[in-house]
Design a protein around this ligand. Structure first.
Ligand SMILES: [Zn+2]
Length: 127
């Protein structure tokens, strides 16, 4: 099951997805000063720092991506089988994200939004 999910996810346009996170990271204005509060840099996200920026790519709504088509509260005990499928999918998604140098995050404002995030060091921007 996990392997099937992984091949499905691998088939997405990862080259474009990765490039999109780069474009997003580059669009952040200013490098946060060391020890600065990220809140002072409106374009930045958690993980941006003096050496680089985190770019994100919106993958979609949780219920459109995950096999159950539902979004479960973490404490929900219902639909055990579907939750297991979703967990296998999450593991596959994380593995593919890792392969492409990033990770998966849910939206800060809306936990049902799913993003691929990748950290880009600042230095290559000036090359
Ligand atoms: Zn930033």
């Amino acid at each position: 099951m996990a392997q099937t999910y992984k091949s499905q996810i691998m088939a997405w346009g990862w080259r474009e997805i990765v490039l999109d996170t780069r474009a997003d990271a580059i669009s952040h204005r200013g490098d946060p000063e060391p020890d600065a509060r990220i809140a002072e840099y409106p374009d930045c996200a958690e993980g941006c720092d003096a050496e680089g920026h985190v770019g994100s790519y919106y993958l979609g709504k949780h219920w459109n991506l995950f096999p159950s088509g539902r979004f479960y509260a973490p404490w929900s005990a219902t639909y055990a089988w579907e939750r297991r499928k979703d967990q296998a999918y999450a593991v596959a998604l994380e593995a593919v994200a890792d392969k492409y140098g990033g990770w998966i995050e849910s939206g800060e404002g809306d936990p049902t939004d799913v993003y691929f995030c990748r950290y880009w060091p600042t230095t290559p921007r000036y090359n």
